[in-house]
Design a protein around this ligand. Sequence first.
Ligand code: TNX
Length: 524
Amino acid sequence: MIYRSILVFVTILSLAACQTKKEEINFPKTDLAKAPLIPKPIKTISTGNAFGLDLNTVIYTSAVDSEFEKVGKFLSEHIKNKTGLDIGVNSSTGGRLERLIYINQSDSVDLDNSESYQLYIKKDSIFLNAKTAAGAFRGVQTLRQLIPESSNDTLTDFPIWVIPTGKILDGPKFGYRGTMLDVARHFFTVEEVKKYIDALAYYKINILHLHLSDDQGWRIEIKSWPQLTEVGGVTEVGGGKSGFYTQEQYKDLVNYAAERHITIVPEIDMPGHTNAASVSYPFLNGNGKEIKPYIGTRVGFSTFNARKDTVYSFLDDVIREIAAMTPGPYFHIGGDESHVTKKSDYIHFVEKVEKIVQKHGKRMIGWNEIAQADISSNAIAQLWSEPKDALKAAKNGSKIIISPAEKAYLDMQYDSISEYGLHWAGFIPVDLGYQWNPETYVEGLSKEHILGIEAPLWSETISNSAELEYLAFPRVIGYAELGWSQSEHLNWDEYKVRLALQVPYLEAMQINYYPSKLVDWNKE
Ligand code: TNX
């Protein structure tokens, strides 16, 4: 650590020395405050100069925490992808050093949140301060967004990417900023999910909730109950080719997300939405009917038998195996639309399952219906349909995730003629999805009870990346901003200009966004 501090000190000194010898490059005037950053930072102050990112730039990171070095390497890789520049991280420079990006672990009191960061961009140095690697990672996304698509080749005889100078002080509004992907109605491969994770990370989303089971399919290998995937894993809506994640693949996804400071929240939906599990093991079934594979889209006909001990020993195994592969604190039990479970059975079921979730060290999340049961104050209710459930859960001391279908469902159609999606909760054009306030959405629910926001993407009508992206983009970018940025800074007319300027990124990532006519897309 001391060695690293000396190195940085010497580096800065030699930078200063270099500058006096070198001819000044005449950068054009810049304005950091005009950068189309999404989510919008808390505070941006421009100083009008420029930092020239070029082949003589290096990255150094605090040595106190090896996670900071990983964040530095992430930045270096993405600079390489965007610009082709090979920028070393904590490595010797061969005397080429002229500009420095320093990612610094700082305990400054101004960094009041683990994801907060400060970015100081000067002519020859960029200092990114954060308390934790997660904060540094969020700051790195801001920096990535500040690097222009193309270099300015008129300034020097080598390419240089001009970054505006100034200061950004930033941190999130909510600690939980999520999206959900339904991999049960249609299966999405590990590669498809990773591609989605990459884009979510760029917009500072920190939760990916995976809906791993439903009537139409079971998508996660459970070693103690192999038929779940052998039988329940082969169907999907419409009867197409489906699949499941082996435990190795699931762990790979969890790690990939964790490298991007995104937490995976696994969901096993129950006691309803359980046809695929009951087809695999018919003793689980509680609806009294003969059980057959299901590839339709109707909901609410299936249920586990909530009064059988063997159902709970089965669930103990399932939750134990998934919890063991999930470093994040949450386990989602679903709990929605159990229309054929008797109310008393439903309540009994949720209360018993919460104990199992706790026994395996996790915190229970459930759709808002779980508020009917006597859940602990540590449990979290996810509001999708009934504000009164959210109020009841809050009264109980539980936190709430705000996901109202009419505002935040990524699977609602944009309008009556847009391809893909449903419209049972209404159409959600890009402006409507952005113009609402999760902090005031539920009348009578105070801010302290809100854990955050999540935008779910159900997959009845989509089955591959292009279709997923059509529904998710651009709306999920707006939900990322609603989760991160201060409500009083948000304004659709100003946001839509920044949104239009995301096109180069979306195109570079080959993301199939829906080109809503409400946005004047910047397609040069
Ligand atoms: C309602 S939202 C459901 C899902 C469907 C979705 C379609 C919720 C908790 N349940 O089972 O896929 O609508 O939009």
